[in-house]
Design a protein around this ligand. Structure first.
Ligand code: AMP
Ligand code: MG
Length: 332
């Protein structure tokens, strides 16, 4: 019987269900995003959203894949990192389905899933990964059986910085796309804090400074341009150092902020300078969704990984480098 995995994603604002077969074909990938009318994401409200939309999202995923629940023979879920209430709701749905269908359960690290789906799409074997989203900003590379975080944000994620700035100036959540459009209309640069500390970076000072520019009447398009150039320049510096240090020949851009064309161009330049291949994960697979969880579930399951229901508590602070990567053959 072919392996068919249902993957459930629910670490933060989105609830997703993806169905992926053992050969890496994405049969369906459905998600629904919670978008608060005002303010940021409240974990309890987001988890209520997940339990409200969960059954419909899963049903739609099955319908689009054209398969019956009985054809699913593996359930994977996002075990962490993420918001506790959201993770628990998603884990409860996953456990219930695994018990009901009598199939194995696999717990997947959300950040690692972003890398694995990127590797599936690009056929990359051993990339330096720039993972940029609403909740995470990490530069990751494989070494010694773990995905090592070479650099990360010390405070807020780059997507969170864009969304918070957007909210302060009256944009809707998520603000990244609108900031990108506005930035294309400007070319005047205003100085903003460029905070790279070793291999880590910080975005909170930039957020404060950008809001100050706005209160002083600087044209919004010019602030958006300056925010993008500074924030993405910082990422490029760290990615370049990671490539130079590891001598890897592939650079992968993933996460919701990977949808940004300017960031893509900047990182392409980095890859070119180091003779590395570059891949930006395609928009449907770049943000938070279930297909990445399903595919990572497949590779973990093949490597013999499975989770007893009684051990399947969620891990809200699960770091990328805390999991032994038992399924990779290369040793970086
Ligand atoms: P994720 O957390 O992976 O679902 O990604 C959501 C994040 O991606 C939010 O912070 C969005 O603002 C951001 N985002 C989406 N599209 C773009 C874009 N075109 N440019 C910059 N950020 C974006
Ligand atoms: Mg994510």
């Amino acid at each position: 019987m072919p392996l068919i995995c249902l993957g459930l994603e629910g670490t933060a604002h989105s609830f997703g269900a993806g169905i992926v077969s053992g050969d890496g074909t994405v049969l369906s990938n459905v998600w629904d995003m919670y978008s608060p009318p005002t303010g940021g994401i409240h974990p309890r409200e987001a988890s209520r959203h997940h339990s409200d939309v969960g059954p419909t999202v899963i049903r739609n995923a099955l319908e689009r894949a054209g398969i019956s629940p009985q054809e699913i023979n593996l359930i994977a879920f996002s075990r962490g990192p993420g918001l506790g209430p959201c993770l628990r709701t998603t884990a409860t749905i996953a456990r219930t389905l695994a018990l009901r269908l009598s199939v194995p359960l696999v717990g997947v690290n959300h950040c690692i899933a972003h890398i694995e789906i990127g590797c599936l799409e690009s056929a990359f074997e051993d990339p330096v990964t720039v993972y940029v989203s609403g909740g995470n900003t990490q530069i990751i590379a494989y070494a010694g059986k773990r995905y090592r975080t070479f650099g990360e944000t010390l405070d807020i994620a780059v997507g969170n910085m864009l969304d918070s700035f957007g909210r302060a100036v009256g944009m809707r959540f998520p603000a990244g796309p609108e900031i990108e459009l506005k930035a294309e209309k400007a070319s005047s640069y205003h100085q903003l804090p460029y905070s790279v500390k070793g291999m880590d970076l910080s975005y909170s000072g930039m957020l404060t400074a950008a809001r100050k520019l706005h209160s002083e009447g600087t044209p919004l398009s010019e602030i958006c341009f300056s925010v993008q150039e500074t924030a993405f320049g910082m990422l490029a510096e760290i990615a370049e150092r990671a490539i130079a240090h590891t001598k890897k020949r592939e650079l992968l851009l993933t996460g919701g902020v990977a949808r940004n064309d300017r960031l893509t161009d900047i990182l392409k330049g980095v890859a070119n300078r180091h003779d590395a291949r570059f891949h930006r994960v395609s928009p449907p697979l770049a943000g938070d969704q279930g297909a990445m969880i399903a595919w990572t579930g497949v590779v973990q399951h093949r490597a013999g990984d499975s989770l007893k229901i009684s051990d399947s508590h969620v891990l809200p602070k699960w770091r990328t480098d805390e999991q032994d990567i038992v399924w990779r053959e290369v040793d970086g």
